[in-house]
Design a protein around this ligand. Structure first.
Ligand SMILES: [Zn+2]
Length: 204
């Protein structure tokens, strides 16, 4: 298994093991879960050295300084390849084992395949782009228009967090995908709001 990162017009690749051992050496337990096309990397890490930062039932024993140092150890180039970041809270054993019915994997698969099909049709005239994540500025301008409310939401975010143009483009592409999963031809405010929630935070 090999993960390929795109840097500018060059390609650089590492094996999953070499990435894991690099982060193990500097004390970060990064679990590479799996890789799949078109997603280049899926990874998970603890929020802090003891693993309990943000946990409602256990106290984290780490200092603020060690938490910051731990989170900053994931390098910029690696973080730059990550489009979606989600905090995954602890799930109680009772909840896990309860017979609560969420959306089934089969129905999620159906939605994903339908969203992929929408993207295939969208880019069928374009030889360089096959899915939303590959859109360049021209495609983003064409396919990621926001309504007035969405624009307002993003403007507020950009002013408040000083996000880069690159991060802004990434948000728009993600919002386009969320809208596709929702079978919506337009990116609506809830799609943009959801994309904003998944924005990688470590970089500020
Ligand atoms: Zn901790």
């Amino acid at each position: 298994m090999r993960i390929v990162f795109k840097f500018g017009d060059g390609l650089k690749s590492w094996t999953v093991e070499s990435i894991k051992s690099k982060y193990r050496r500097i004390g970060v337990d990064l679990n590479i879960l799996r890789t799949c096309y078109p997603c280049e990397l899926v990874a998970a890490m603890n929020p802090c050295p003891c693993g309990y930062y943000g946990d409602p039932t256990h106290n984290c024993t780490c200092s603020e300084f060690s938490i910051q140092r731990y989170q900053k150890r994931i390098s910029g180039p690696l973080l730059d390849r990550i489009d979606i970041q989600i905090n995954v809270p602890r799930v109680d054993y009772e909840k896990l084992s309860a017979n609560t019915v969420g959306e089934s994997s089969a129905s999620i698969r159906e939605r994903v395949e339908a969203a992929r099909e929408r993207q295939r049709i969208r880019f069928k005239e374009n030889p360089n782009v096959t899915c939303n994540s590959e859109m360049g500025p021209a495609e983003i301008r064409q396919y990621c228009r926001l309504d007035a409310e969405g624009e307002k939401l993003v403007k507020g975010l950009m002013t408040h967090y000083n996000i880069s143009a690159r991060a802004y483009h990434r948000l728009l592409k993600l919002a386009r995908t969320i809208a596709d999963l929702d079978a919506s031809p337009d990116i609506r405010t809830p799609h943009m709001a959801e994309a904003i929630q998944y924005r990688p935070r470590n970089k500020g």
